[in-house]
Design a protein around this ligand. Sequence first.
Ligand SMILES: *Cc1c(COP(=O)(O)O)cnc(C)c1O
Length: 440
Amino acid sequence: MEENTQIQDMYDLLGISPEVRELGEQTEHRLKERFDGFDRTAEYNQLKVIHAMQENRVSEGCFQYASGYGYNDQGRDTLEEVYASVFHTEAALVRPQITCGTHALYLALSANLRPGDELLSPVGKPYDTLEEVIGIRPSRGSLAEYGVSYRQVELLEDGYFDYPAIEQALHEKTKMVTIQRSKGYQTRPSYSVEKIGELIAFIKERRPDVICMVDNCYGEFVERIEPGDVGADLVVGSLIKNPGGGLAPIGGYIAGKRELIENCACRLTSPGLGREVGASLGVMQSFYQGLFLAPDVVCGALKGAVFAANIYERLGYQVIPDGRESRHDIIQAVTLGSPEGVIAFCKGIQAAAPVDSYVTPEPWAMPGYDSDVIMAAGAFVQGSSIELSADGPIKPPYAVYFQGGLTWHHAKLGILESLQSLIDAGVVGIEKVRALIRSS
Ligand SMILES: *Cc1c(COP(=O)(O)O)cnc(C)c1O
């Protein structure tokens, strides 16, 4: 009891009312089994990462600063072996010179497609930033400008794959297929690795030569298997999301077949130089340590996502995924139904941050979006979305997308602050919270 009072005192200090905290406690209590499941997956993935580090003889020397050309950069080369082991692929390219997830995806595509080839997305529209990469929206330097054509197969009503249409869309020009694991800002489901495996098997049965790439952003370590375990030829992601564990200050990775990875290296640096150059400039310790922490960080983010889903579901809001669904990425959408709701939610997330908590986020016209967008992020690494963050376009249905949290307790505080902020703004009535507490 004494201990509980101490914790409540801290929540008081942070502006969380006893009612909001009580609703949180009840919700957490109900989620015990779910949380145990996430812990078991994290345990498995933690062992997988440690085994990969041991197997590849990671040593203190791997953290040394390398500059200039970066020939024989031991830390870099060993880390790439570690990634290949973790993702069960032949090879990997993991570099600070890969600036973000979009860059990693562009690299994987542009390195392995040639003029006259066609790229197919069998899972509908790809992530927004890929529209310019591919040239769906005309853009300087797009794949379209280099004579690479593109085709996409829309998803069925239920958000899954239209196999007959995919079969038809595969033709002799098809060289590569891109499959996005996470739903991004769409309302379709995020796909389990198993489902992705079924899709890859279907494609490979018809066209064994087609390269299957998976955009793995936000999916790493959510499950015990990764796309490389189910036949993906290339697995691509960002280090300022899951696998960077919150410590990587920049970077992207591509894991996959050796030949295809060599193509990526030659495209990233230069033909003839490939993976031999590209100094790691002192970021290696954060890459290794981030990967080491990533399974646990992802586990905390998943707890936060499910906690938010359950709290907001109880309050009567639509949440995707819902409170009980299995998880395939760390993103949680909550439809608040009004601009005031979206703004108050984001203000709460910001107020809970360790960095820039005193800043008030406001909606603004961001490049590439067709409405104002509000973003909450008080991150150690700018724009890092494995850290607790939320954003929402100010347009119907007025949904916020919430993700991350380097620790479960921070994610919990962020969600409680978001609710407190909704109450303080008069969007949610305190009576409603009291009634929910009484009813359970
Ligand atoms: C974040 C993300 C990207 C792009 O990554 P950036 O680092 O933002 O460039 C691509 N695909 C998906 C599914 C993502 O979530």
